[in-house]
Design a protein around this ligand. Sequence first.
Ligand code: NAD
Ligand code: UGA
Length: 474
Amino acid sequence: MSLTKKKISSDEINFEKNILCIGAGYVGGPTMAMIAHKCPKYKMTVVDINPDRIHAWNSENLPIYEPGLDGIVTDARGRNLFFSTDIEKGIKESDIIFVSVNTPTKTFGEGAGMASDLQYWEKTARQILDCAESSKIIVEKSTLPVRTARAMERILTSNGNHIHFDVISNPEFLAEGTAIRDLENPDRVLVGSRETETGRRARGEIVEIYRNWVQEEKIITSNIWSSELSKLVANAFLAQRISSINSISALCEKTEADISEVSKAVGLDRRIGDKFLNSSIGFGGSCFKKDILNLVYLCRQYGLNEVANYWENVVKINEYQKQRFVLTILNAMFNTLAGKKICMLGFAFKADTGDTRESPAIFIAKKLLDEKAYVIITDPKALKNAGVDLEGQKGHLSLVEDPCEATAGCDAIAVMTEWDIYRNLDYEKIYDSMRKPAFIFDGRNILDHEKLYHIGFNVYPIGKSKLTHFTKNK
Ligand code: NAD
Ligand code: UGA
């Protein structure tokens, strides 16, 4: 009988593995849904302390927007995928526990603003210890400082109850907006363990899960510290490329070089590659900044100040890029924004997600409000989060769903997110509806700048010459 055809009560089925995930967020939800989708023989339970989130996972309106997610969740939910707030029961019944709780930057005490806040993660370790009645494999799915597994092992062996725990590192490399594609066809899956007999056996069990759909050569194993560190380093390298190209975008604006042309010429070198070389208003998202700052903090703790300073500059350039963008707007619009209407096209930190965590748009919106501009925000998926991010801000702020309505009557448009829908709006109609002189600041270089210029806009891309009707600049 096919499990996919008929939904059967989970009690009637003998599942091959009982797998629990603690933390039903952007990683826990999609990752476990993918395993459930690919492996009907495993029972997957995802638990969270947040009942609203669990309720949403069990409803038609999932708590996160991710292309393709709805399909795989509805396919597996109630069959071999379950969302629950009963963490204790989940721990008792599982053989393998993925821990995917949030590990944000610490905001208090020693290491504030740099180190990882490990309180959620530690609570989970203690709860596992309190509730477990049999041996388990604990999998670090959250991104953690290197050598965290040792702390987890120490907590898990602290009450001498002879239950055996193996701690495995299996960092997640998915990107938001492409999570389902990334999970289905990952560049690699990394599984790290202690190099002991039980450690290697536990590692083998985790590898076996991924073997159900990931090619053998893409599943790599390593020692546990390499695995923990590789995740921080992968994010640092990706962010470093963005800061590198963004730093050069500032030079392009001074020299009439064009960042897209430079990017193409540099990226065609196969040793460099063409990915992650799109100049922008800066990287956002919940992880790049936090993971680099965590790396910086770790290096300082080990006395490696030069290494720490090197990586810290990746974050500094990112801050510089956001500030530079606001100054470009201010300078172009005659050094005053008071009472001017500026429409922000997009608010999510990237396209195809409703996530706004660390979105450059938050910083930019606040700066524009400080300048007493009227800020109008539009975004197909992130308006609710934008409202929360800007709650309590003084000034004139509106959230408008329809981009044409949002831009009507404005003095300027600032592109924040590279949503496809913004590429082909009717810019002639939009121009007609705006106050003149009308400005466009393309923070993502996604628009046809020549065309906009000919429509009548004064156009300010990133890392390219501006196209204005004020001076002869061509
Ligand atoms: P998130 O904030 O969306 O989800 C974390 C969830 O954990 C929340 O729902 C929270 O309520 C829950 N939680 C916290 N403490 C708990 C506890 N004691 N018991 C049960 N549930 C608890 O975070 P996220 O974006 O899914 O990230 C999780 C981890 O994965 C982080 O370490 C992050 O760095 C890493 N990561 C994130 C991404 C991404 O794209 N977001 C990608 C790769 C890795
Ligand atoms: C990133 C990594 O790509 C994932 O591999 C990693 O698992 C994840 O962080 C994590 O640990 O959380 P994510 O932040 O979801 O994924 O999205 P990215 O596609 O990496 O984009 C991050 C930011 O960089 C976005 O603001 C994006 O607009 C910006 N970006 C990206 C650029 O400005 N230019 C580029 O060329 C690429």
